[in-house]
Design a protein around this ligand. Structure first.
Ligand code: IPM
Ligand code: MN
Length: 358
């Protein structure tokens, strides 16, 4: 079997968008002669509410050993307190499978309305590489004198040389690959906050320059403070090629990236473990959209984009590119990328992509 895919539709609109991605997968696999298998898992809010279980060590072990890759729909349930599923399922998977890269391309596809007046597909086309296992996401910290007037809460920003270095090396190499394939100018921007976070950001900044100077002299190094980057993402998106950023700032800046490429209906990402034998997981960046659940109006293109990235990253580049080109042929046909305003239902958008594969 070429490709064994674990499918985690998850909560809310997750199952609806995953269904369309699997429809596209069946079509592209036939055209490109890819042998694959899928196995669905019901991890998510409903399972948690009925069984009290989110995901066990055994499940994680199975995902690691029995599958090449994971396709995830969405995590988050209106009847479950915030943080329970996000930490218990999504972050648990990212950490347990050591998916230390969160790759989030920001591309404006043809026919998509860009909120930035006068920006065209050529102007909005860059990649954000977000470190995915450290920083404020580690859960280090605690309470002191909880529920008293003297309460103290700490939430620690963890930065390790190991974690930073493997992320930076991935980013430099990614940027170099883009340059060599004519898709980038070979410029890597580090985004952090060296003027205030003088320990963690300093480690990043030193590692960035050391590694860049020693091993990637062909890559132009650039640095932005996070606040300034927010402004320039909007003002001059065409300036960016590849951006590397720590976890928390990366979370925020990729929502900004998602909106300048047309919104959550189109924004796809990958949680990547680039090591040999590592298990990666691809997902639409958006959440479970409870208010649109079950209505067949959610945009499946982000999930189909996640499928394209999944194929591109698992050795099926031609098939992945073909899916992406089908998305590019589909976006101009939609009235809008927003749920309920596409001019088509969820399944009809999936059908448009399948037709455009041929
Ligand atoms: C994302 C999400 C997650 C994150 C949440 C759901 C834990 O916002 O994938 O960007 O903060 O990483
Ligand atoms: Mn986020």
């Amino acid at each position: 079997m070429d490709l064994r895919i674990a499918v985690l539709p998850g909560d809310g609109t997750g199952p609806e968008v995953v269904r369309e991605a699997l429809k596209v997968l069946a079509a592209i696999a036939k055209l490109e002669h890819i042998e694959y298998s899928t196995c669905q898992f019901d991890f998510g809010g409903d399972r948690y509410l009925t069984t009290g279980r989110i995901i066990d060590d055994d499940d994680i072990a199975k995902l690691r050993t029995d599958f090449d890759v994971i396709l995830l729909g969405a995590v988050g349930h209106p009847d479950v307190a915030p943080g329970v599923l996000e930490k218990g399922l999504l972050l648990r998977l990212r950490f347990a499978l050591d998916q230390y890269i969160n790759l989030r391309p920001v591309k404006l596809y043809p026919g998509v309305e860009c909120p930035l007046k006068d920006k065209r597909p050529n102007d909005v086309n860059f990649d954000v590489i977000r470190e995915n296992t450290e920083d404020l996401y580690c859960g280090a910290g605690g309470f002191l004198r909880k529920n008293t007037a003297q309460e103290v809460a700490t939430q620690e920003m963890i930065t390790t040389r190991f974690g930073v270095e493997r992320c930076l090396r991935y980013a430099f190499e990614f940027c170099r690959r883009k340059k060599h394939s004519g898709q980038g100018k070979g410029q890597l921007t580090l985004v952090h906050k060296t003027n205030v976070l003088t320990f963690g950001a300093d480690l990043w900044f030193r590692a960035f320059n050391e590694i860049g100077e020693a091993d990637f002299p062909d890559i132009q190094r650039d640095y932005n403070h996070i606040d300034a980057a927010c402004m320039w993402f909007v003002k001059n998106p065409e300036f960016y090629d590849t951006v590397v950023v720590p976890n928390m700032f990366g979370d925020i800046i990729t929502d900004l990236g998602a909106i300048i490429q047309g919104g959550m209906g189109i924004a796809a990402g990958g949680n990547i473990n680039p090591d040999k034998g590592g298990t990666s997981m691809f997902e639409p960046i958006g959440g479970s959209a409870p208010k649109y659940t079950g209505q067949n109006i959610i945009n499946p293109l982000a999930c189909i984009g996640a499928l394209a990235m999944l194929l591109q990253t698992t050795g099926h580049k031609a098939a992945g590119d073909r899916v992406e080109h089908a998305i590019i042929r589909t976006t101009p046909k939609l009235k809008s990328l927003s749920a309920g305003q596409m001019g088509y239902n969820t399944n009809a958008v999936g059908d448009l992509v399948v037709k455009s594969l041929a």
